[in-house]
Design a protein around this ligand. Sequence first.
Ligand SMILES: Nc1ncnc2c1ncn2[C@@H]1O[C@H](COP(=O)(O)OP(=O)(O)OP(=O)(O)O)[C@@H](O)[C@H]1O
Ligand SMILES: [Mg+2]
Length: 440
Amino acid sequence: MKYVLDGEEIDIWSDEYVEYHSKSIADYVRENLLKKDVFGEIVGKNVEKELVKNALMSGSSILFRGRKGYGKTTFAKAIAKLLPEKLLAIKGCKINDDPVNPVCFSCRKKLEKGVVELEWVKPRFVRICGDPMMTTRQLIGGISLQKIREGYDLDSPEVFTPGRILKANRGIAYVDELGAIPSALQTLLHELLEEKQITTPEGDIVPMKIDVLFIASTNPSNYRGVSDIKEPLLDRMEVIEIGPPETVEEEIEIAMRNSNEWLKEKVIIPEWHRKTLARVVRLARGDEVRLPAKVEVEPSCRATIKVFDHVMSSAVRRGHKAVMISDYGVNGDFSNIVLGVRGRIKLEFEQEKVEEVVNTLVNDALEITCSEVFNSMQKEMSLLAKELKKKEEINVYKDYKEFSFLPKGMEESALEFMLESLARCVEVAERKGDGIYIYV
Ligand SMILES: Nc1ncnc2c1ncn2[C@@H]1O[C@H](COP(=O)(O)OP(=O)(O)OP(=O)(O)O)[C@@H](O)[C@H]1O
Ligand SMILES: [Mg+2]
């Protein structure tokens, strides 16, 4: 067999090329798992990371199960980094066929001729959206009758259009919401992955020895009308549960990594605001807070990320160096937080107000962060209380220069939060407007 790359004959078994063909995708993934850590950008989730690594080492397919926005797709994308950087494939093949063991009919035909042209390809990460209207043609592939009428041979490459899953040959197929795929197609899928064949509706068995790493995601069953995954398919996958971030620190880390870069360069979002905002979202997920309405669908990490963005946006627009409480919303409401939460939360009854729920959550979150601040800075707090008594009113935007203990670059924000803590924890201060506190 003669192999030609860029017009020159090559020895594909030489050291230069041997790594780039004839190896299964699972083996590439195993080797890279031992060489590099690709899960560094996923915050926390240490148990889940271990499970994913083990499942991949075992050559298993993985099903990530969890509610929206907790990192299923992020995990799948991280796994994609375990694919080799490039592969040798038969030139022009729609499914990146292997030069030595090609799968598709037209490539096998090419091999019979004794000379095969090769090319470098990047292994694919094919994202397939689980859709109840999906057809066999879209998922597996289809024959073009038009091309046959035009005189093409049945096994010429023009006649067959590979579907999404075949396109993932020698790469990853990631199915988002696996349960949404029609059940007949789910059956085809497990036949394809397990037995490397497809049974047509007429009962013909078509060999399809494709090599894909199969990863899928699903929301837990009974959740917002998600349909079930068929047992035989489920039986062939390792299920790994993906839940919300475990700690407020992880929640903050996720929000900071994913919030807008441009905004983060323009404005500081101090620790006390990070904690408060992350807590607003986290409190909506638990039942520590007595809410005016029952939360049916809880806000995910996407809500946290967006709340951080909106509050920073307000700060930039209003010329603040660091986020202030008024950036939560104008006129003392929390409309910028509502903006990040409204579409991402579902209350039990439609008529219930997201504004009221957010108001309760923000006040509870402020109570917690303020008491942390109050307890950790008792000396400064009593100094500040004395000063407030003397002056009767403090405007943080003007008076911050008089206090030496405030952190650089965020003096106004720090002073405001300390006064807010005095107001909430010992009730010697009262907020009278944007950054203005009076002695009571
Ligand atoms: N543990 C985490 N580490 C880093 N980023 C995370 C983590 N969890 C969530 N995120 C971030 O939250 C956002 C949503 O995550 P992702 O898209 O992976 O969720 P998902 O579970 O696939 O959601 P869906 O069910 O809606 O598809 C992304 O911006 C992602 O970067
Ligand atoms: Mg996703």
